[in-house]
Design a binder for this molecule. Structure first.
Ligand SMILES: Nc1ncnc2c1ncn2[C@@H]1O[C@H](COP(=O)(O)OP(=O)(O)O)[C@@H](O)[C@H]1O
Ligand SMILES: [Mg+2]
Length: 264
């Protein structure tokens, strides 16, 4: 039997009098790639915001690994292995690819910050702390190199983020999530605005991460032509409700789903 990593029960969220999420319930299986589809404005991003702790639902519950995490703030969920990426990547543009990963590391000791504020006169203290820094730093760099390799970003490790392509930026964002030891990744439109070749590459990398690191992905994506062949499970939303779920082919041939898209 496959285990459920994320369970959403009867979640409702309104903005003023607009019901963005209307009693949404779903279960996401571990080590699978689940995709959430739906016309624009159907509530997909709002759902991700509720799961990732950016929004509190008006009612209903979110369970992560069986634990009620409703209303738990994003940084705490991050520490529990639940991470998200954004529709528009949020990176440090002037830092290199490697540095972008290092600052996302869960056990980042904040070395440069500590070094910067430590009075240079305190030699003995520095000598005492430095080996600890070095060990952490080496471990973090090793971890980052492994992740960059898995994501196919090794070639650009020393480039500043602002010179990367849109697709590479999406991969760096995933890499940052992986530095936090994420086990469940919520990706909001990971291939939007990315050319087809690179979009397929991103999904191939996602498959590889699922298989090699045992990760679970919950992905919102518009571009079904690209995503379809990589997906284990599909959910369809319209007007804040889940209208179908199951194997992708079943969902896409569902009459209500077709009508929702045609209607939209
Ligand atoms: N912060 C917000 N304030 C007010 N309305 C919002 C907010 N976020 C989303 N909405 C509305 O909720 C509905 C669902 O939006 P969203 O979850 O972004 O849809 P999707 O990601 O499926 O395109 C839309 O009608 C949108 O305008
Ligand atoms: Mg959206």
């Amino acid at each position: 039997m496959q285990s459920v990593v994320l369970s959403i029960r009867d979640v409702t969220k309104a903005f003023e009098n607009l019901l963005a999420l209307d009693r949404v319930s779903m279960e996401v299986a571990e080590r699978k790639i689940s995709i959430l589809i739906g016309p624009n404005g159907s509530g997909k991003t709002t759902l991700i915001n509720v799961i990732s702790g950016h929004y509190n639902p008006d009612s209903g519950k979110v369970f992560y690994r069986g634990q009620d995490v409703t209303g738990v703030p994003p940084y705490k969920l991050y520490g529990m292995g639940l991470a998200r990426t954004f529709q528009i990547p949020a990176l440090f543009w002037k830092l290199t690819v490697l540095e972008n990963l290092l600052v996302a590391e869960k056990n980042n000791p904040g070395e440069s910050f500590v070094k910067a504020v430590l009075p240079s006169g305190i030699r003995s203290l520095k000598k005492f702390i430095t080996p600890m820094w070095r060990n952490n730093e080496e471990r973090a760099v090793e971890k980052a190199s492994r992740i960059l390799d898995l994501l196919g970003l090794s070639k650009v490790w020393d480039r500043p983020a602002f010179v990367l392509s849109g697709g590479q930026l999406k991969l760096v964002e995933i890499g940052r999530a992986l530095m936090s030891d994420a086990k469940l990744l919520l990706l909001d439109e990971p291939v939007s605005g990315v050319n087809p070749t690179l979009a397929h590459e991103i999904f191939s990398r996602i498959l590889k991460l699922r298989d090699e690191l045992g990760l679970t992905f919950f992905i919102v994506e518009h571009r079904l032509d690209i995503a379809l062949s990589y997906v284990d499970q599909m959910f369809a939303m319209a007007l804040g409700r889940i209208i179908a779920s199951g194997p992708p082919d079943d969902v896409l041939s569902n009459k209500t789903v077709i009508e929702a898209y045609l209607g939209g």
